[in-house]
Structure formats: C-alpha cells, structure tokens
Design a protein around this ligand. Sequence first.
Ligand code: AMP
Ligand code: ZN
Length: 113
Amino acid sequence: MSSDCLFCRIIRREIPAAIVAEDEHAVAFRDIGPQAPTHVLVVPRQHVSTLDAVEDPQLIGNLMLLAAQVARAEGIVDAGYRTVINTNSGAGQTVFHLHVHVLGGRRLSWPPG
Ligand code: AMP
Ligand code: ZN
C-alpha cells in the first residue's frame, strides 16, 4: 500500500475507475487512454513497483490468471489478445505500480513499437 500511488488509490476507491473484475489478489479496470477496443489494466492489490521487484511467484501467477479471466469476459480470446508488462521508462512504464495491460478487439501487429 502506497499513499501517493495512483493505482493504490484506485484500489482503495479514492480515485474513480471503471473496474471490470477483482478478486482477493488483484483488481482490473479500464485504461483511461485505451489503445484498443479492449484495454484493461490488471494490478495486484499489493503495491509492487515493477516486475523486477516481484519476489512472490504467486503474485504474478494470480495477476496473469485474472488477466486471462478478463479476456474471456471481454470476448476477445478467439480473435486473439495481448498481455503486456512494461518495465521501467525505457519500455514505456509511466505508473510504477505493477500492471498487466490486456489488449484486444482489433488486429495487433508484431513486433510492438
Ligand atoms: P504504463 O505506461 O505501462 O505504465 O501504463 C500505464 C497506463 O495507465 C497507461 O496506459 C495510462 O493510460 C493508464 N492510466 C493512467 N492513469 C489512469 C487512470 N486514472 N485510470 C486508468 N488508467 C490510467
Ligand atoms: Zn501502488
């Protein structure tokens, strides 16, 4: 828990967000600047700044399973979807509370930019 962390504040319902799923480990909400028709962020309830700081394998496992559940609920599994974790600013990380992007609903090119 971090008092001035944006995603911790969303988890605590101090800042509004369109929450689409949650369980005891993680919360999923729509990205405020969607890059695809479905663009959901899945974040652990526990504050962890980056993937590099993760020590508990269950934390990342729980996160990815909720991401997969969100994709099923969004109906984007058969067409294909992408899960992305940006680590540090050179890779585009702007919010330093670990999050998985779930992107789908359009054709996704490879490699990413
Ligand atoms: P990243 O650039 O990988 O750190 O991803 C951070 C994401 O958080 C970006 O895609 C932003 O659009 C998104 N974001 C920033 N502020 C909010 C917010 N208040 N609610 C939902 N998503 C947000
Ligand atoms: Zn946080």
